[in-house]
Ligand binder design. Structure first.
Ligand code: ATP
Ligand code: MG
Ligand code: MG
Length: 472
């Protein structure tokens, strides 16, 4: 098997999450803008890697483009739980950079300088930044089919994956709904801003695509991060399988007339009853509620897992729990009992917290509520989420030791294991090196390079051994 377990006919997948963070500083004796904070955070990165764009010993990519949004892209994982651990490692890495930057800034900007790093998607000026999910999908499925069948799911999954947002006009369940238009260029269809169509598979392009979902919120809840990837994975499995077996798509009746308008409606209706207009070619119905759409996807996923019962744990470790949580989320929303989701759904956790603060301080103003919203996302100096977690009000799946491990160790069953081992050794040796998702290279004294084209393959090739040997 040339591709170590990845077949055109199985359901193996590669997962990666890219998170852009927002940064700011408060309490400074003189002005300091976000760009300066981000540069201060990256000074140690530059001194180690000679660049603001580098890879880490756990296989992740850490970088700062122009502007002030540091980004962490997780190493390739085969299991949503591993992707979650890598994402949590990203929070830890960013938090460390922030605390070091804070120490530096206190020397120049006064002892009260406090650095904030927000894992969210909207800054206080109303600019939006992203959290991209990457899914390897089989090339046999045409992109327009994926879009048509996946987008109704992406538009309605904020019912359990939304991070919540306090706005002047009320509480919304997603961060991104109001900003999607930013990404629409006049020539593209309305669905385009939800799935980026740039074709960079970082793998054998004949067989695979890297689906780039750009419509999701960054999550603080570990369970929500896991569920977002796991449920989307199941939906992609169904779409891939349907492509092979033919027949009527289980999602044919969900095609939306206007996904952009639909997600805005979903975002404003935590009851799940927002009516979403369906595309003209959907027979029978003219619209469905967000909950109805979700129930169709859930039912298909339940059928799919039942049909593959013997392989379910291989297709998705924890599949049964995923389906249970998914079903219970839809039921809770249907009963108006969103509060019961506050243990893992970010928007519900945030809403409970914001409503409790409003009860305690009835004259609390919008500015303060907005601050509390931001505090929920601050991974550097925010204590809302850590305190919810400590009290057991927000469930965790990866404990501190697990996060520590993921900071140092890549997933062991993808090429990230090879990249990570290379980076670790190159850093130890003080070598000059470079890498990207599909290559590792020593650049001096002469170039020794190795391609890692198969993301599923964690087995060292001769080329790889040569690169590693050159580091001895
Ligand atoms: P940009 O920041 O400009 O959007 P990008 O989306 O092209 O860049 P990166 O930020 O470099 O890419 O992140 C790539 C993500 O894709 C990582 O999380 C990585 O683990 C994941 N990935 C790499 N190869 C594959 C693959 N073959 N299939 C799915 N995901 C992949
Ligand atoms: Mg990126
Ligand atoms: Mg991206």
């Amino acid at each position: 098997d040339p591709s170590h377990g990845a077949h055109d006919h199985d359901f193996s997948r590669i997962f990666g999450i890219e998170t852009e963070y927002g940064v700011s500083v408060t309490g400074t004796a003189r002005p300091c803008d976000a760009g300066q904070v981000a540069m201060t955070m990256f000074r140690p990165v530059i001194s180690r890697a000679r660049s603001t764009n580098t890879y880490l010993a756990n296989g992740a990519r850490l970088y700062l483009d122009v502007g002030s949004h540091p980004e962490y892209a997780t190493a390739e994982a085969r299991d949503p739980m591993d992707a979650l651990a890598q994402d949590a490692a990203g929070e830890r890495v960013m938090a460390r950079l922030a605390m070091d930057a804070q120490r530096t800034l206190r020397e120049t900007h006064g002892p009260d300088a406090t650095v904030h790093v927000f894992k969210n998607n909207v800054d206080s000026e109303g600019h939006s930044f992203g959290c991209h999910e990457n899914y390897l999908v089989r090339r046999a499925v045409p992109l327009d089919v994926i879009e048509r069948e996946l987008i109704p799911f992406l538009v309605t999954r904020p019912l359990f994956s939304g991070a919540g947002r306090v706005t002047r006009d009320g509480f919304q369940i997603t961060q991104r709904a109001d900003f999607l238009d930013d990404a629409v260029s006049s020539a593209t269809t309305r669905s385009r801003p939800m799935v980026n169509t740039r074709d960079e598979p970082h793998a054998d392009a004949e067989r695979f695509r890297r689906l780039h979902v750009i419509v999701g919120d960054s999550n603080r809840s570990q369970v929500a991060t896991w569920m977002k990837l796991a449920t989307t994975h199941l939906v992609l499995c169904i779409i891939e399988e349907h492509r092979r077996t033919g027949g009527m798509s289980p999602f044919a009746g969900c095609a939306l007339a206007d996904p952009g308008a639909a997600i805005k409606a979903v975002s404003r209706d935590p009851s799940g009853r927002a009516r979403l207009a369906l595309a003209d070619d959907v027979p029978v119905c003219r619209d469905r509620t967000a909950l109805d759409v979700q129930r169709i996807y859930l039912a298909a996923a339940q059928r799919f897992v039942a049909d593959h019962a013997a392989a379910a744990e291989t297709i998705l470790p924890g599949a049964a729990q995923v389906l249970e949580l998914w079903e219970s989320a839809l039921e809770a929303i249907a009963c108006g009992d969103w509060m019961s989701l506050a243990g893992w759904v970010d928007w519900a956790a945030k809403r409970r917290f914001v409503e409790a603060m409003t009860r305690r301080h009835p004259d609390i103003g919008f500015a303060r509520l907005e601050q509390l919203d931001l505090a929920y996302h601050d991974i550097a100096n925010g204590n809302v989420v850590p305190s919810l977690e400590r009290h057991g009000s927000l469930r965790r799946l990866i404990d501190d030791a697990g996060v520590t491990r993921a900071v140092d160790e890549p997933p062991q069953d993808t090429r990230a294991a090879l990249r990570g081992a290379f980076v670790a050794r190159a850093l130890r040796a003080g070598a000059q090196w470079s890498c990207d998702w599909t290559h590792v290279a020593l650049t001096a004294p002469h170039r020794v390079e190795c391609e890692l084209l198969d993301p599923f393959d964690a087995t060292p090739t001769d080329d790889y051994r040569n690169v590693m040997a050159a580091l001895d």
